[in-house]
Ligand binder design. Structure first.
Ligand code: HEM
Ligand SMILES: [Cu+2]
Length: 573
């Protein structure tokens, strides 16, 4: 089997790119960025309407813009990017040709078609059913059709990734077990296959209902199955961005995980327990028993939370150890103070980790408690929580990875490096503030899913405390700041990729499959594809341990405060 294949080795990083894989990654990344642009423009309309003093859009337009914002961001931006990550973790990290590139292209174009068809449905104006699209609210058939086409395309991408793993194994392009980052991507892929299957089970009948072939969709059943899909898709995001954290720790610091076994075990916990946590979306629904709700959210889910906490500990722990070895060994936090805060790859990743852990994680566990859920269910707290997870967590991590990929994958110099330095802070800190203020307003009862949160002119008026309005205004102002941060990312990436200075590197050359590819002794490639644990015996990372204690104390305090608060909501006199 002496087939010639086209490969190149990036001289700066040592990473190996297969020509068709590289092209696929680029196109998926570009489609992702276009979706982010659309979703970002729509965010302006959402934010300015939620700012009660401005209240920009009329109701029909608001729901339409909100639906399109949610879908372009959480489905199209994130999943296009994730397929690029899968191809990177499969082909590039295993130095392997991508399996069936033609089928991969078919998958890509299906995704593009699906995204266009779904956006068409929403922009027609008769499909403003929000991201969740709960039946019996119905959308135009093309709404469901677009999502189904997109999902099939993504499924094709997952199988091409799995096929690439098989090829890599058969052609022996790597030794031992797959690198940790690839392992994380495999986790994401397995969850994705489950997710898409759940999506098909619910969206296909709903599509048939929208064209009149099915007479009735049970709304409770819809919600239950929809969340098997909706929640699991968030776990794809978590697995993918955690894999990106490990990749960045290796790229920037050459850091090795504290214990590879523990990290891999934590990824496995995601596969086993995350789907069950879907129950936290059904905590106020009738028809399901409290036992079922409490078991799934309070027992099974904590095993998934445990996994995230393991990653949240081992990633900074590994960075701390790597920094201490470089001599930043004074006191508890010199390793962190002397970290490359001006490098956007690192800054984005670290803000993602802190924001995801402290804001997304703590609020998520609070919300997932059956009793406490009552305080915040369907309030603006919920978008506050998930902007900490999918925006600060996933989106910012992907932004950080992009800064690494522009020179390595796109072979262009990063445009506006000064702006790139600031971008993770403007976007990340802005979005953290948005999350906090939305959560604050939600705690005071400000609703979600209603165009006019003041309920003006309704027979049953409700007075919110003045602080609630202040927090909504602050959320909007910081939201605009975050949108500026998103705009900076778009400007930097689009300019770099299309107009940036080309980096001249050795081009693709033929490699005979049986010869394999020469090892690339560059530190980045070695760290990101290598193995090895530091061994966590003893206190190798006291600074990280201290941070973990701060986390635990915040967690306990916040949890306790919410129980106290719950007790005041229903005064018994
Ligand atoms: C650029 C910064 C962004 C801002 C300022 C922003 C702001 C908002 C606001 C204010 C809402 C409305 C909440 C409500 O009234 O119910 C919202 C909804 C939403 N956002 Fe964002 N967002 C941003 C980026 C993102 C990103 C990157 C994602 C996903 C990766 C995302 C996903 C969503 C989703 C899924 C919804 C819910 C839509 C629905 O209820 O149907 N957003 N966003
Ligand atoms: Cu969930």
């Amino acid at each position: 089997m002496a087939v010639n294949r086209m490969f190149r080795t990036c001289p700066a990083s040592g990473l190996v790119f297969h020509e068709p894989a590289e092209k696929l990654m680029r196109w998926h990344a570009v489609a992702a960025v276009v979706s982010l642009l659309v979703g970002g423009i729509l965010a302006i309309g959402v934010v300015l309407t939620r700012w009660q003093a401005v209240h920009l859009l009329p109701p029909d337009l608001f729901y339409q813009v909100l639906t399109a914002h949610g879908l372009n961001m959480l489905v199209f931006w994130i999943i296009f990017f994730e397929i690029a990550v899968l191809y990177f973790a499969g082909s590039t990290l295993l130095k392997c040709r991508i399996a069936t590139p033609r089928i991969a292209w078919a998958g890509f174009w299906l995704m593009v078609l699906g995204a266009l068809v779904n956006n068409y449905a929403v922009f027609r104006g008769d499909s403003s059913v929000m991201f969740t699209s709960y039946a019996p609210m119905g959308a135009h058939p093309t709404f469901y059709l677009g999502l189904i086409l997109f999902a099939v395309g993504a499924l094709v991408g997952c199988f091409v990734f799995l096929g690439t793993l098989v090829v890599a194994k058969a052609e022996r392009t790597y030794r031992g077990s797959v690198p940790l980052v690839t392992f994380g991507a495999i986790t994401a892929c397995i969850i994705a296959v489950f997710t898409i299957a759940a999506g098909a089970i619910i969206l296909i009948p709903t599509f048939l209902w929208s064209i009149g072939l099915v007479s009735h969709i049970d709304s409770l059943m819809y919600k239950t199955v929809w969340w098997a899909f909706g929640h699991s898709s968030q776990q794809i995001n978590v697995s993918a961005h955690v894999a990106v954290w490990y990749a960045v720790a290796a790229i920037v610091f050459g850091a090795k995980p504290l214990s590879e076994k523990v990290s891999r075990g934590a990824f496995l916990l995601y596969i086993l327990f995350l789907q069950l946590a879907s129950a936290h979306h059904l905590l106020v629904d009738p028809g399901l028993t409290s036992n079922w709700k409490i078991f799934n959210t309070s027992y099974a889910m904590y095993l998934a939370v445990l996994a995230s906490m393991v990653h949240g500990l081992t990633v900074p722990g590994a960075i701390e150890v790597a920094q201490r070895q470089k001599g930043y060994d004074h006191g508890l936090f010199e390793w962190l103070r002397k970290a490359p805060w001006g490098n956007p790859v690192f800054a984005a990743m670290f803000l993602s980790l802190i924001g995801f852990g402290f804001l997304g994680g703590i609020s998520g566990v609070m919300m997932g408690t059956e009793q406490l859920n009552l305080i915040i269910h369907n309030t603006i707290y919920v978008p506050g929580h998930f902007h900490a997870t999918v925006v600060v967590g996933t989106t910012l991590a992907f932004m950080g990875l992009t800064y690494f990929l522009i020179p390595v994958l796109f072979r262009r110099e990063l445009a506006f490096p000064g702006m790139a330095k600031a971008q993770p802070y403007v976007f990340g800190l802005g979005m953290m503030a948005v999350s906090l203020f939305l959560m604050g307003a939600g705690t005071l009862g400000v609703p979600r899913r209603h165009w006019d949160i003041s309920f003006a002119g309704n027979p049953f008026a409700h007075e919110f405390p003045g602080a609630a309005w202040l927090m909504m205004a602050l959320a909007a102002i910081f939201g605009l700041l975050a949108i500026v941060g998103g705009g900076m990312y778009l400007l930097i990436t689009v300019w770099s990729v299309f107009l940036g200075k080309k980096i001249v590197t050795p081009d693709f050359a033929h490699v005979r499959a049986k010869d394999g590819i020469a090892p690339a002794p560059k530190p980045v490639a070695v760290a990101i594809t290598g193995h090895g644990s530091i061994g966590a015996a003893g206190m190798v990372a006291p600074g990280t341990f201290t941070l973990a204690i701060v986390f635990l104390v915040s967690f306990v305090l916040y949890y306790f405060i919410n129980w106290k608060y719950l007790a005041t909501v229903w005064p018994l006199r």
